[in-house]
Design a protein around this ligand. Structure first.
Ligand code: ADP
Length: 255
């Protein structure tokens, strides 16, 4: 059950309003990547990962990206989330030209606009689940009492309302990933970027975490991009793309 505390209530209504306006803004892309090039300089010479990669995503889409290991899936998410810089091309994400951001602007952009979930949860082991979820709010200067109340509400949204005082080591893999999901979304980002979010989980647990991502995606009006090697889960997204040879192409629906 969602525990809507007084402190969390304004956040909940803000979230509902934002969801509505996000749905209204359906016509203009939230992600626009044109002629993206990414080159890494390595000891063995230049590694050209993308030469002319294009991608357009509309608000509310849930897009899966599949592809072989080393194809560049994580690099693409990193560029969209302003964690890595393109070598050339246009990258607009959440109305922001991510290539033009300074390090400080990139940090603010990530905190406000992007929720990031990795294969491994990266929760801080010495802090409780509730404190971990509250971290992004504290990072932007919110008072601890208010941040903890909102974090408690979010733990309810990932069905862990009774685990707030547990440290990550006292939680199962699926529960740790649900806490990480709450932490990723606690700032009400517009975009959820998830890099193999179920890759470290058994099949049943992976399915449950994916169900939760799907539920939160809908209820919060998110736009979500999920890297996965699980074709069944990719098939549940509104669109699935394969990254191969530096290009994205639609993945045919499984027959
Ligand atoms: P995927 O997520 O599809 O497995 P990655 O985006 O992690 O692929 O990596 C794509 C390729 O880019 C790999 O060959 C990887 O070794 C290389 N790569 C990633 N980051 C760097 C870096 N910082 N410097 C040099 N090469 C890198």
């Amino acid at each position: 059950m969602t525990n809507t505390t007084p402190a969390a209530a304004p956040q909940a209504s803000r979230s509902a309003r934002e969801s509505e306006s996000r749905v209204e803004a359906v016509s203009s892309p939230i992600v626009r990547v044109e002629a993206l090039r990414k080159t890494y300089q390595t000891a063995r010479g230049a590694l050209n990962l993308f030469e002319n990669l294009n991608l357009t995503i509309l608000p509310g889409e849930m897009v899966a990206i599949v592809g072989q290991s080393g194809a560049g899936k994580s690099t693409l998410l990193h560029i969209l989330g302003a964690l890595d810089a393109p070598s050339a091309g246009t990258v607009y994400c959440a109305s922001t030209n991510v290539a033009s951001l300074s390090a400080r602007e990139a940090a603010v952009f990530r905190n406000r606009e992007i929720g990031y979930v990795w294969q491994f949860h990266y929760l801080l082991p010495e802090f409780t689940a509730q404190e971990n979820v509250a971290m992004p709010l504290l990072a932007r200067g919110m008072r601890k009492q208010e941040a903890m109340a909102i974090a408690a509400d979010w733990l309810g949204q990932v069905d862990l309302e009774d685990r707030g005082s547990h440290r990550p080591g006292e939680l199962s893999g699926g529960e740790q990933q649900r806490v990480a999901l709450a932490r990723a979304l606690v700032n009400n980002p517009r975009l959820l970027l998830a890099d193999e979010p179920t890759g470290d989980l058994d099949g049943v647990t992976a399915g449950r975490v994916f169900d939760l991502i799907e539920r939160l995606h809908k209820s919060h009006g998110l736009t979500s991009i999920l890297v996965t090697h699980n074709l069944e889960l990719a098939g549940r997204c509104s669109r699935a793309l394969r990254l191969e040879g530096g290009r994205l192409a639609p993945l045919p629906a499984a027959s």
